[in-house]
Ligand binder design. Structure first.
Ligand SMILES: *Cc1c(COP(=O)(O)O)cnc(C)c1O
Length: 405
C-alpha cells in the first residue's frame, strides 16, 4: 500500500467503503465512475469533533464543499446550521429542514432574486459591501420585511506563521474592517436586523497554533468593531479553516489543541458576550474523508519506459485530484487499486483519465500492485470539492454518479 494519510477499511485485500467492495458499489451505482460517500463515517466524524468543541461553539456546515442533496440532508441533522453560497444551495438548505435563521448566505454579487428569497425565507444574509446593504434595505422595504444581516468583515490583520498571508489587503469579499463603522452607519433598523459578524480567514490549515492565532484575532476584531458602534452582536461566525491531510508530508490538524484554545478564547470574551451565539463553519473537514472516487481501468499501455493506466474517469469529475483546482504544485491524493489493495509485486505507474489533455491526471508515478483492465482505482479523501467543483461537461464524457451509503 502506498503512503496514505489515514487507514481505510480493507478486508481480504479489497477496499471496503460503507461495508461494500468497489465491485459491489459499481453494481449499486449502475456504472463507474462514481463518488461514494459513507454516511456512518460522517456521523462519527461530526460526533468526534463535537465532543471536543467548546459547548458554546455551534458547528455549521459550509455546503459548497459537497452539496449533494442527500448528503446535505444527512448532515443537517447532525450540525447546528448551514452556510450557503447561492440560491440553489439555499433552497437545498431549506429543504433539509434546517431552520431559516440557522442558514446564512454569503458571497459577493448576490442577485436581487437571491436577496429577496433570503429576506422572505428569513435566512441570514452575510453582507459583502455597502452597496449590498443598501440594496437589501431597499428590497426589505418593498417586501415590508426586516432582513437578518451579518456583516462579513475583511480583517485588517495579517496572520503570522508559515509565511502565510491570507487576510488583510484588498479582497472582493466582505467589508474592510476599517470601513465597518461607516458602513454600519448606513444600517436602517426598520428594514435590517443586525445579527452580527462573519469573519472567514482561510481554508485548509493544518497548523493548529496558526489557526488558534487567527481565531484569537477574529474574536478581538469582532469585539472591537462592535464596541466602535456601541452594540453587542447576537452572533459571531468565526469562519472555518480546519484542514485535512491529503499528502504524505501533511500532518493532521491537532483538533484537541485547537478546541482547548478555542474554549479559552471564548472564556476570555467580555462578560456581556455570554449570550452571544458563536459559529464555526466547516466544509472540507466534515466530508473529505467520507468520500471516495471510483473509476475503472480501460487500457494499460506502455510509452517509452513508463506504464500508463487509462481510466474511465479523471479530471472532469475530480478536478482537485488532477491538481488543477488552484494548486501550485500537483501532488497525488491517496490512491489505491481497490480490488487489490496490497501485493508483493508493485509497479510504478501513471494513472490518467480519458480526456485528450495532459492535465487529465489521476495519479503520477505511484507504486501500486499490478493491474488488469477492469480493475478499480479508488481516489480516497474525495468527499470535498469533488463532483461540483469539476468541469463535468469538458469533452462531453458524461456526468459522474454520486451515492450516499
Ligand atoms: C468555502 C467556505 C468555507 C468552507 O471552507 P472549507 O475549507 O471547506 O472548510 C467556509 N466559509 C466560507 C465563507 C466559505 O466560503
Amino acid at each position: 500500500m502506498n503512503h496514505l494519510t489515514f487507514s481505510p477499511d480493507v478486508d481480504d485485500n479489497q477496499l471496503i467503503i460503507a461495508g461494500k467492495t468497489a465491485k459491489e458499489i459499481a453494481v449499486i451505482a449502475g456504472s463507474t465512475p462514481c463518488y461514494v460517500y459513507d454516511r456512518k463515517f460522517i456521523i462519527e466524524r461530526i460526533f468526534a469533533l463535537k465532543q471536543q468543541l467548546p459547548e458554546r461553539l455551534h458547528l455549521h456546515y459550509a455546503m459548497k464543499a459537497n452539496p449533494m442533496p442527500a448528503l446535505v440532508t444527512h448532515i443537517a441533522g447532525l450540525v447546528d446550521g448551514l452556510d450557503v453560497a447561492s440560491h440553489k444551495e439555499m433552497l437545498l438548505a431549506l429543504a433539509s429542514g434546517m431552520e431559516a435563521r440557522k442558514i446564512s448566505i454569503a458571497g459577493p454579487g448576490k442577485s436581487n432574486t437571491q436577496l429577496t428569497a433570503a429576506i422572505t425565507a428569513g435566512v441570514v444574509i452575510n453582507i459583502e459591501s455597502a452597496n449590498e446593504l443598501l440594496n437589501v434595505q431597499q428590497l426589505a422595504q418593498q417586501l415590508s420585511k426586516r432582513a437578518h444581516v451579518a456583516f462579513r468583515i475583511n480583517p485588517d490583520f495579517e496572520v503570522k506563521g508559515a509565511g502565510m498571508k491570507m487576510t488583510g489587503g484588498a479582497k472582493p469579499f466582505g467589508i474592510d474592517a476599517e470601513t465597518f463603522k461607516e458602513t454600519f452607519s448606513l444600517l436602517d433598523a426598520n428594514y435590517c436586523h443586525f445579527v452580527g459578524f462573519h469573519i472567514f480567514c482561510g481554508s485548509q490549515l493544518l497548523a493548529a497554533p496558526v489557526l488558534v492565532d487567527i481565531y484569537r484575532q477574529v474574536f478581538a476584531l469582532a469585539v472591537k468593531l462592535a464596541e466602535d458602534v456601541g452594540v453587542v452582536p447576537e452572533q459571531i461566525n468565526i469562519g472555518g479553516g480546519f484542514g485535512v491531510p491529503y499528502f504524505p508530508q501533511d500532518k493532521a490538524l491537532d483538533v484537541a489543541y485547537v478546541c482547548q484554545h478555542l474554549a479559552q478564547l471564548i472564556d476570555d470574551l467580555p462578560q456581556c458576550y455570554q449570550e452571544v451565539e458563536l459559529h464555526l463553519e466547516l466544509g472540507r473537514y466534515l466530508v473529505a474523508h467520507a468520500g471516495t472516487y471510483l473509476c475503472q481501468i480501460r487500457d494499460i499501455k506502455h510509452s517509452r519506459e513508463q506504464e500508463f493506466w487509462v481510466c474511465n474517469g479523471g479530471m472532469h469529475h475530480h478536478l482537485s485530484n488532477s491538481g488543477n483546482f488552484g494548486q501550485v504544485i500537483r501532488r497525488n491524493y491517496p490512491v489505491l487499486l481497490a480490488n487489490k489493495v496490497a501485493a508483493e509485486q508493485q509497479v510504478q505507474v501513471n494513472i490518467v483519465g480519458p480526456l485528450c489533455t495532459p492535465l487529465d491526471i489521476v495519479a503520477n508515478n505511484v507504486a501500486l500492485p499490478q493491474a488488469q483492465v477492469g480493475d478499480y482505482v479508488a481516489v480516497l479523501m474525495s468527499g470535498a470539492y469533488g463532483a461540483t467543483a469539476s468541469p463535468q461537461q469538458f469533452l462531453s464524457q458524461g456526468e459522474v454518479v454520486e451515492l450516499l451509503l
